[in-house]
Design a protein around this ligand. Sequence first.
Ligand code: SF4
Length: 425
Amino acid sequence: MKEDLLHFVWQHQYFDKAGLVTTTGESINIINPGFAHRDAGPDFVQAKILIGDIEWHGHVELHVTSSDWQKHGHNSDPAYQNVVLHVVWDDDIPLHYDDKVAIPTLELKHRIKPDLTRSSAALVKNDSKIACADSIHQVDVLTVTSMVERALMSRLELKSSELGLVLKTNNGDWEQAAYQWLMKHMGFKKNSEPMYRLAQQLPLTIIRKHHHDIHQLEALLFGVAGMLSEEVQDDYYKDLKREYDFLSHKYGLKDKEISTVEWKYLRLRPANFPSLRIAQVAQIFHSHPSFFSILTETIDVKKIRELFRVSQSDYWCSHYQFGKSTKHAIPGLGKSSIDGLLINVCATLLVSYGKFTDNQSYIERALDLLAQIKPEKNAIINQWSALGSTIASAADSQGLLGLYKLYCRPRQCLRCSIGAAILNR
Ligand code: SF4
């Protein structure tokens, strides 16, 4: 018996409830088993349990053996003083509160069907990447859909907590945090860290002061990126370098420059080269210096998409790197790159801002935005697709990615409604 299964059994009340009594013989009537509590503290909160003639309101704590209570140090932890019922698989020792009163304990060892234990072990130990691949088609559509929606919200909340840390380091300045968050995602995986560092080293206040002049913007971004520190025989490069020398002296940027070795070009398609991405960022802030305000004030998804539909300056329409020209015209950000930014930057910013301001309408706008974007294509989504999942938009694909990463991969089947439905058959 594992605690996960005990948690599952209590949450769904999958045990024989006839003649329930505590280990000291008092009758038990479960009015409300409480709500699962994932953070530190008791496992279930706000439970209502009738023990004998008294209705208790408080927490429920679960353990495989009753002695785990002591092993986990709960006897001296005030967070556990309001536990009204201790639910265990095996009552191996009697337990008492400080005042010598017995802790009401329910033993479930003889009340759980053996086949539930067997089938849950089989499900969790299954070798397939999606453990329920053979049985998910037997689960009703509503259960699957609501689980995917739950996973989508968990994924958005997780990303929003990450963004919350960025906001904290910027003392609650949303425009600055949004700029850094956008920069991080403009690095598209391989260069996300140096892009984020670049945004940390070059404050948005300076970018905004020079937003009207694309040449100065590029000089600032490429200069602090450390990309103007070499000798390149190229007139445009030399111009930017001269401009940057002046601006770096004005703002004291010399010590803020990033080392060129941080930028990765290996195994990247030229369209993803960090030099081109920086040129595109320069153009985004040239056109939309108050990027975050526009995002929060615009309801129209098309207008949000317009934020990224910019073409880089002339030089970068024929160069992927300084001094190396190409014959073909280099387009601006592609549709799938823009979709990625809408999903990872805009939806996350809206959810995070909605949570921060306690305004649900921003969260609904994020969901609406995701529902209007095409689903991503990757190996995980292909697996769900092969199982017949509905994947009509980025809301579906993000939900399925969340389900896979937060539940299937760490084998949290017992905390997943799909797993519960399979085990309940
Ligand atoms: S977590 Fe849920 S969806 Fe994923 S494999 Fe387990 S039961 Fe299936």
